[in-house]
Design a protein. Structure first.
Lengths: 304, 191
């Protein structure tokens, strides 16, 4: 095997603390899903969106697996050597893993995977009368979350912050943790997973919410692609692999952020529109008398 | 309610045990990774010429301590900066006071990033050292570079570690008593 390819494929950083957290998250969800599936067997609701549907653990565990890959595989290790790899890692952490985890609606399953007193305690602090719920709702409103999401996304791509993250393991972990947590909050509003403590956003509102995240992402990607010199100077001292110069790597990294990054939001917006149209189609048709009268046909939508 | 097969048995006891063992393992994992293998560390030399090669060298942790000193280095060809992955690399720690010289081979096997070479030392005494690095390529070409490194005695109690340790232990005790209380109340109900 080619020595460069071999070195690429073998560059893993198996971190026990990451494995422990992901294993616990996966185990608790699986236990909760199993318990809720047993309960839903007696339920009359039998469609693919029911609690015990198999796609839910598949989506959640897929997200957990991708999180492991993003944080421990060559994508992470070589992210310190190539901006391209670091951008792939950021796309996974910001745009792919959070929607996958949230599609599985993890909260009820995680709660059912835990002891009863933990479940009841969580229920108490999220109940309608709880102060915690009030403050959580205030602190995680869609507008505020969107703003914090953009600030964090831009902030970590500042050359000083980025170089510091590459030099310090603590800052690097902080970068990834903040990306992941704020992205979970962002996609929480888009997907509408539990806990549902905010006023529901209309389908058009969600569509707009996702689309407004594209310009900040595009601007950051464009700034990197069209920079005249190396922005992230840390990479200048690293051995160049795959025959990529610092500037070529920077341009590819910027393009990854700009194009596939934006495509993820567009894809999410299309899915939202598609689901909205499906819901509209399911609504019962209006009776003919409501739309086929001479008056209605002459001036549709105008009521007496 | 039926349980998953891996939860059959004494459910309460298992939760206590699982969470406490998990918390302790997590604390150990966090506290024993102070060097942070997923970044190379503090850069000591940047593309320093060494014969037909250039070397970039990092040390971690920062500051360098007696416990475990990692020296990671990238060897590239000076002409096109392409990585050299099959060289023999020898790292020497030469104390300024003339005491025993420490010597370790640096290999890609010891590094998480297989494009870098890494050597791990456990120096016995603090002080100023000269780090000398010799590279021998498979074609017989050799290169050498060096830098000075201050190693400090960090064997004393690091107060910063007390914060996560204290919080972790508090969490473990809270979990233990919360789950223990639940088990006791259920036993009372069943009597």
């Amino acid at each position: 095997m080619n020595s460069t390819l071999r070195a690429t494929l073998l560059s893993w950083d198996l971190r026990l603390e990451v494995i422990l957290v992901l294993a616990l998250a996966g185990t608790i969800y699986t236990i909760g899903w199993w318990r809720l599936r047993e309960r839903s067997r007696t339920n009359l609701i039998r469609n693919r969106w029911r609690a015990g549907a198999l796609w839910r653990p598949v989506a959640y565990l897929g997200g957990v697996l991708l999180l492991a890959i993003a944080l421990m595989s060559p994508i992470d290790v070589l992210g310190g050597q190539l901006l391209t790899m670091h951008m792939v890692q950021h796309i996974l952490l910001v745009m792919i893993i959070p929607p996958l985890l949230l599609l599985a609606n993890p909260l009820p399953f995680l709660l059912w995977g835990m002891p009863k007193n933990v479940r009841m305690g969580t229920h108490r602090i999220l109940s309608h009368k709880s102060r915690f719920r009030y403050y959580l709702r205030q602190a995680t409103g869609p507008g505020l979350v969107w703003l914090v999401f953009v600030i964090i996304y831009w902030g970590w791509h500042d050359p000083n912050a980025y170089n510091l993250a590459l030099q310090s393991p603590f800052v690097h972990d902080l970068e990834h943790l903040s990306f992941f947590l704020v992205s979970m909050l962002f996609w929480w509003h888009v997907i509408g997973a539990g806990p549902r403590i905010h006023r529901p956003i209309s389908p058009i509102g969600r569509f707009a919410y996702v689309l407004t995240a594209i310009p900040p992402n595009m601007l950051a990607g464009l700034a990197i692609v069209f920079a005249s010199g190396p922005i992230y100077t840390y990479y200048e001292a690293m051995p160049r692999i795959w025959g990529l110069s610092v500037m070529e790597d920077q341009k590819i990294g910027g393009v990854i952020m700009w194009v596939p990054g934006s495509m993820m939001y567009i894809l999410a917006a299309l899915i939202l529109i598609s689901r909205w149209l499906q819901q509209e189609e399911r609504k019962p048709a209006l009776p003919q008398s409501a739309w086929a009268s001479d008056e209605a046909l002459a001036a549709p939508g105008i009521k007496k | 309610m039926s349980q998953p097969p891996f939860l059959l048995g004494r459910h309460n006891l298992r939760w206590n045990t699982i969470l406490i063992v998990w918390s302790i393992l997590f604390l150990i994992a966090v506290l024993t990774d102070p060097v942070g293998a997923h970044t190379a560390g503090k850069m000591q030399l940047s593309a320093a010429p060494a014969g037909p090669y250039k070397m970039t060298v990092w040390t971690s942790p920062e500051p360098a301590t007696l416990d475990e000193l990692h020296i990671a280095l990238a060897v590239v060809l000076a002409e096109d900066a392409s990585p050299v992955l099959d060289a023999e690399v020898l790292v020497q720690l030469i104390p300024a006071d003339g005491s025993l010289v420490l010597e370790e081979p640096a290999t890609t096997e010891d590094s998480e990033n297989k494009f870098l070479y890494e050597a791990i030392f456990e120096p016995a005494t603090p002080g100023l050292y000269q780090v000398d690095i010799q590279v021998s390529g498979t074609d017989g070409a050799t290169g050498n570079t060096s830098f000075d490194l201050e190693i400090v005695d960090d064997s004393g109690l690091n107060l910063l570690y007390l914060i996560p340790v204290g919080l972790g232990l508090a969490a473990v005790f809270l979990l233990f008593f919360a789950l223990r209380g639940r088990g006791a109340s259920e036993r009372l109900e069943s009597q």
